[in-house]
Design a protein around this ligand. Structure first.
Ligand code: PMP
Length: 280
């Protein structure tokens, strides 16, 4: 498949970076993932705005405008044979002698992009739901930055895998944060709730999007801290991400969530999400 690296479109096997790249050495970079259906990007503007925010947060200057990023996404999609896919965008501070502080000499950031195939969630996961295990959120305090330093997220996902579960439900100081690579939502008495968008979570592009869908469907929404007890007593527990869209979690730590099957708020939001993709 075709990738983009520092101004060139190449075959994946031809793309090379320096071992001194600060992404490789320090995890000093940020990324984003834009989903596309039938090669049409979904919520691209929002993803690219988030990438620009992440770059700004760690003070990497690419000189790229929103239009330049859009051209890259479209350039990758135009060269891809995949229909449903993700466009992965990755920027590091570039290659420089190994020194923690930013390079004093000007360095070109490394800009990389690739297209990967995207399988929409399997029927079994959509219709029966997922399982999850809870854990303490042990990551750092800048989860709003979409950092390529993903060790905490990797270890969290492996914790779920080792427990035979699909995902983790993380708590920071007794309050719900997010999954290993997804946002989490609870439903109680028909009200949809999510943690506040602060530094403890990555603001998923589906966060504002689900708020829109909920408003249009007449589902009340509230952002506020959500305790462990509230998660334990929720009628529904949902996750959202670019690749998993929206899915229900029906068992947490071996116990059923609500009725132990996907609920009505999920069903409504899922149907609306499907309709939006079909209308692209
Ligand atoms: N939180 C984390 C830690 C993630 O990695 C992701 C996936 N990007 C999300 C939330 C969900 O974000 P989005 O809806 O933009 O995929």
């Amino acid at each position: 498949s075709v990738v983009y690296l520092n101004g060139e479109y190449l075959r994946l096997g031809e793309a090379r970076i320096s071992v001194l790249d600060r992404g490789f050495i320090f995890g000093d970079g940020v990324y984003d993932v834009v989903p596309a259906y039938g090669r049409k990007p979904f919520r691209m503007g929002e993803h690219l705005a988030r990438l620009q925010r992440s770059l700004k947060a760690i003070r990497i200057e690419t000189g790229w405008s929103a239009g330049d990023w859009e051209d890259l996404v479209q350039g990758l999609l135009a060269r891809s044979v995949l229909q449903d896919c993700t466009v992965y965008l990755h920027v590091t501070r570039g290659a420089a002698p190994r020194e923690h502080s930013f390079p004093t000499q000007p360095v070109q950031p490394t800009i990389f992009g690739m297209v990967s195939s995207l399988s929409r969630p399997a029927a079994v996961n959509r219709e029966r739901g997922l399982t999850a295990v809870s854990m303490d959120d042990e990551r750092w305090l800048h989860c709003e930055i979409k950092s390529i330093s993903l060790l905490g997220n990797v270890l969290a996902k492996q914790y779920a895998t080792d427990a035979g579960a699909d995902e983790v439900v993380q708590f920071r100081d007794g309050h719900l944060s997010e999954g290993s690579s997804c946002n989490l939502w609870v439903v109680k008495y028909g009200i949809l709730r999510a943690p506040v968008r602060d530094r403890m979570i990555l603001e998923g592009i589906r966060y504002a999007y689900l708020m829109e869908l909920a408003a249009a469907a007449g589902i009340p929404f509230e952002a506020r801290p959500i305790s462990r007890l509230e998660v334990g007593q929720a009628d529904e527990l949902l996750l959202t991400s670019a690749t998993r869209e929206i899915l229900p979690i029906i068992r947490l730590d071996g116990r059923p969530v609500g009725a132990g099957s996907p609920g009505p708020v999920y069903a409504r939001l899922r149907a609306d999400y499907d309709r939006a993709i079909a209308a692209l």
